[in-house]
Design a protein. Structure first.
Lengths: 315, 352
């Protein structure tokens, strides 16, 4: 019986979608590669947590003054580092304690975010643009252009990343954030170039590329309008994962005394300074380290989540 | 001028240059591919011509060189490994092989357009169909995004896609196979080209949709008085649409004929074999005829007539001498207009 009652109001059911065709179209629209990925990501805890963390980090980067009233660079020796952290006073200058020069560790952690995030994002952007362009050109044109550009890429790939960055940094006396960005990007672009080259070689053999050519599209148009959107997925994945790596590379360089220099505030420099007092005042070392770990983890988690969402085979 | 206005015009009024003669003429075209195993001779001296408003069907098995010829005409052969060692391709009297890259590019899409076999893989999966249709106008006529979109909707209407305005921002995978092929046809038609090359436009479709798509293509061709080169391996598709047929085998044209005569009296054993291998209702229950053997390896084409290892009529001369494409005549010597056969024994085949 229930079946019969269900079949009765058929005209109404067929009417509903006709009455609102825009709703049908909208529901359908999400079923593209990126639409599917977004549906997948929204329900992925890794993505939600890492994206939340990254939003907070970006807020700190943009407006550090919102999170602390203390200055990261002026210290009062009254607040000697032997003054232990007062964990109950959330958000106050003494929350994470003070360092050897009486500066608030909490304020330094907050202001240090900017250096790390800017280095991470800027290096990733530079590397993606330059490496992506090199990879795209060598993949699309092939022949002697590919031989030349791939050889160039392989030379840079052979240079050790951190050691090479140290050598580059030695050449500069003024070590601003942008110099560190340059040193890391100078050696970091090879991975993206190789990923891009492989993806372009696969896509350029598609029928739709030949169809675009048959309809008179120019080479730049084929490259940027037809091929580029199809190769973005693997490139974005590699870029987000390596973003975390660049942040830790900056910290490593600063720890070694080759990266950023005072008065710039950075986690790497604080970890370096804190390691000297590890026996008496662990908090100087611990808090910037925790922030660094969380940040790197957030970006790597985001990259993993995006990769899984964009790769239909993992669904 | 919108595409819809075009119907009112007299067919001969289009074009607008003073060239007399065929729209497209391919003369002695050779294409070879340099591979690791040697030189594959994909096309060995093909001649054909198409007039405005005429449909030429190019028939042949896989690897017979029919698609490669079309790609050479379009200028989308991958070179290297492809090479055109000799031959001429005249479009309105001008040899396209001697043109600069930019000259050829402006012809592609605007004057000669192509419809591909597999519409799903020939449409970019990450761009909406509206964008891809509108791209033609943006590349060749410099229209704005908005104008191009309006034109795209008009084109979709013209190829009878229902609810065109609502579907213009859909992605290719949201369309059915037949609808996708219509979009490909719309793309090829966008700039009202003089010549369309359709490379197996219905192969990926089921039979009912095949008929619809072919009807649409024929209708649009009549409307615009375009030349059409229909590349296919399906003799059934050809009969209704084509005016003349060129049968290709191993990179050569082995028989040319006006469309209906070839079905009645084939003049080449290969064509005869193809026709006999069509299933027929009046021969129900009998074993279906098949041409024995495989198409030749293009790296190592048999000497003499390339078809000789598979041919039921093969004699010694077939293994030594390449038969040229000769005009075919009646028994009494009267010319059969438009007919030609590249067989030493064409008389026996057609009259025997």
């Amino acid at each position: 019986m229930p079946d019969l009652t269900k079949t009765a109001p058929v005209p109404d059911e067929t009417k509903a979608p006709v009455a609102d065709p825009s709703a049908v179209v909208k529901a359908d629209k999400a079923r593209s590669l990126w639409g599917d990925a977004w549906q997948d990501l929204r329900r992925n805890w890794y993505f939600v947590i890492s994206a939340g963390l990254i939003v907070i980090l970006l807020l700190i980067t943009a407006f550090p003054g919102l999170f602390t009233s203390a200055s990261p660079t002026t210290g009062d020796l009254v607040n000697h580092f032997l003054g232990k952290p007062e964990l109950s006073k959330i958000g106050s200058p003494e929350w994470f304690g003070y360092d050897g020069q009486g500066r608030s560790v909490y304020a330094r952690v907050i202001y240090g975010t900017r250096a790390s995030v800017i280095v991470g994002v800027a290096v990733t952007l530079a590397v993606t643009l330059f490496g992506g362009l090199i990879g795209m050109l060598s993949g699309y044109f092939g022949g002697w252009i590919d031989a030349l550009l791939s050889g160039f890429t392989n030379i840079f790939l052979g240079l050790p990343f951190l050691l090479g960055a140290m050598v580059v940094l030695q050449a500069f006396t003024d070590r601003s954030i942008w110099v560190v960005v340059f040193a890391l990007a100078f050696l970091g672009w090879t991975q993206i170039a190789r990923v891009m080259r492989g993806a372009v070689i696969t896509i350029k053999q598609s029928d739709f590329v030949q169809a675009a050519r048959a309809l008179g599209a120019s080479t730049p148009r084929i490259l940027f309008r037809h091929i580029l959107p199809n190769v973005m997925a693997p490139v974005i994945v590699v870029a987000t994962i390596s973003l975390g790596v660049y942040i830790s590379a900056e910290a490593t360089l600063s720890y070694l005394g080759l990266g950023l220099a005072s008065p710039t505030v950075s986690w790497g420099m604080d970890i370096s300074g804190g390691s000297a007092q590890i026996r008496v005042a662990q908090h100087i070392l611990i808090y910037p380290s925790i922030m660094l770990s969380i940040t790197v983890l957030a970006f790597i988690m985001l990259g993993e989540a995006v990769r899984n969402a964009l790769d239909p085979k993992t669904r | 001028m919108t595409t819809i206005d075009k119907t009112a015009e007299v067919p001969s009024a289009r074009s607008g240059d003073d060239h007399v003669g065929p729209l497209l003429e391919v003369r002695d075209l050779h294409v070879e591919f340099h591979t690791r195993d040697g030189v594959a001779k994909a096309v060995n001296g093909v001649n054909y011509s198409v007039n405005a408003g005429e449909t030429l069907a190019v028939l042949g098995e896989s690897g017979s060189g029919k698609s490669v010829t079309a790609q050479a005409v379009m200028g989308i052969l991958d070179m290297p490994p492809g090479r055109i060692p000799q031959g001429e391709i005249f479009f309105r009297g001008q040899d396209m092989l001697k043109m600069s890259y930019e000259e050829r590019r402006s012809i592609r899409g605007q004057k000669i357009a192509m419809i591909f076999q597999d519409a799903l893989s020939s449409l970019n999966p990450v761009l909406t169909v509206g964008y891809q249709l509108g791209e033609m106008f943006r590349v060749h006529q410099g229209l704005s995004k908005k104008e191009a979109r309006a034109k795209a909707i008009g084109l979709m209407d013209q190829v009878k896609i229902p609810a065109a305005a609502a579907r213009v921002s859909d992605y290719p995978h949201q369309f059915s196979g037949g609808m996708r092929q219509r979009i490909m046809i719309a793309m090829a038609l966008a700039l009202e080209p003089d010549l369309i090359i359709a490379d197996e436009p219905t192969t990926a479709l089921d039979v009912t949709v095949q008929a619809q798509v072919m009807d649409l293509l024929a209708e649009l061709q009549r409307e615009y008085n375009m030349g059409l080169i229909l590349i296919t391996h399906d003799l059934g598709v050809v009969a209704d649409v084509a005016d003349k047929i060129a049968v290709m085998y191993a990179g050569r044209i082995v028989e040319t004929s006006p469309v209906h005569e070839i079905y009645k009296r084939p003049a080449h054993p290969y064509t005869k074999g193809l026709l006999e291998s069509i299933p027929r209702l009046d021969q129900k229950g009998q074993e279906l005829f098949a041409i024995k053997g495989l198409p030749p390896n293009l790296l190592n084409v048999p000497s003499g007539c390339a078809f000789n290892p598979r041919c039921v009529m093969a004699q010694d001369i077939c293994r030594t001498d390449i038969p040229p494409l000769r005009p075919v005549t009646e028994r009494d010597g009267t010319d059969l207009v438009g007919r030609g056969s590249a067989c030493h024994f064409w008389k026996e085949t057609i009259h025997g």
